[in-house]
Design a protein around this ligand. Structure first.
Ligand SMILES: [Zn+2]
Ligand SMILES: [Zn+2]
Length: 279
């Protein structure tokens, strides 16, 4: 499981140099350890790539599903319709697999152009949305994506998250764009208000060294003004679909996003990273 944390670094290696066959991948989207690829090439060529990727020093083994017409990836069914366009539909996933869509050249140009839109298809209302009627709304972002601490990479939010959503991984951003990744099993609005209260309380705190990271930073840099705090729900645990202990799964997601978004101090505002949820 530790290996999954390093998929991001590994991908850079794959596309940076070395793996020649990867140039047939028309797109490559990863959500934690699920990867969605549109492949323009032969099926044996794809199997060669998997073989090559699976002989890696990280002990990462990819499993895959190939289909020319339809594939289930994460919570969506992605299919090529009769005229060669890609369509998507919500799909409740039964098992965890890495998926691959084999796009034959006949589908290509329109198909490939359509791919980036799959994750933001208009019928899905995915993203983080303030409810519009609570105190926490002031601090909660309306957004469909989130970025790494250096702004170098965007990720789509592939859930619907609002003020009342529970079991959420969120990121908190200050006016100087430092990111803190956190989790809450309570409603996102409850955790948001706690952050705001902590920041306000920091103003009159007599022992600044005892402050938690966010209030400490807001005292040092932002005059304890909580209006500059932006909260964005970025991921959540689907009850009953991932199995196991929801709180543990939530902690695993938080840990993965701290690594993927590179939010450990000094790049971001996270001070602690525990691998305990994986043990
Ligand atoms: Zn609200
Ligand atoms: Zn700041």
């Amino acid at each position: 499981m530790y290996a999954n944390l390093f998929l991001g670094y590994w991908e850079r290696e794959i596309f940076g140099e070395g793996v020649q066959a990867a140039s047939h991948a028309q797109c490559w989207y990863r959500y934690i350890d699920d990867i969605f690829v549109v492949w323009q090439g032969t099926e044996p060529g794809f199997r060669d790539l998997i073989r090559e990727l699976n002989s890696n020093p990280y002990n990462i083994k990819l499993t895959y599903t190939i289909d020319a017409k339809e594939i289930d990836s994460l919570d969506i069914k992605i299919l090529v319709d009769s005229v060669g366009n890609i369509q998507s539909d919500v799909f409740r996933k039964a098992t965890s697999v890495n998926s691959l869509l084999h796009a034959t050249s006949a589908h290509l140009s329109s198909t490939i152009k359509a791919v980036p839109n799959i994750f933001g298809a208009p019928k899905q209302r995915w993203g983080c949305f303030p409810c519009g009627s609570c105190l926490a709304c002031h601090n909660i972002d309306r957004a469909t994506y989130f970025t790494t601490s250096d702004g170098g990479r965007d990720y789509r939010i592939v859930h619907y998250i609002s003020c009342s959503t529970t079991f959420v991984v969120y990121y908190a951003v200050c006016p100087c764009n430092l990111i803190y990744v956190g989790l809450t099993s309570l409603e996102l609005r409850t955790r948001t208000r706690e952050h705001v209260r902590d920041i306000v309380a920091a103003k009159t705190c007599t022992d600044p060294s005892a402050l938690k990271t966010i209030p400490g930073h807001f005292r040092l840099r932002h005059n304890c003004d909580p209006t500059g705090l932006r909260i964005r729900g970025i991921d959540k645990v689907h009850m009953g679909t991932r199995g196991g202990n929801s709180k543990q799964v939530l902690a695993q997601l938080e840990c993965r996003w701290i690594v993927s978004l590179n939010t450990m101090s000094p790049h971001g505002l996270n001070e602690k990273l525990s691998f305990a949820p994986f043990l």
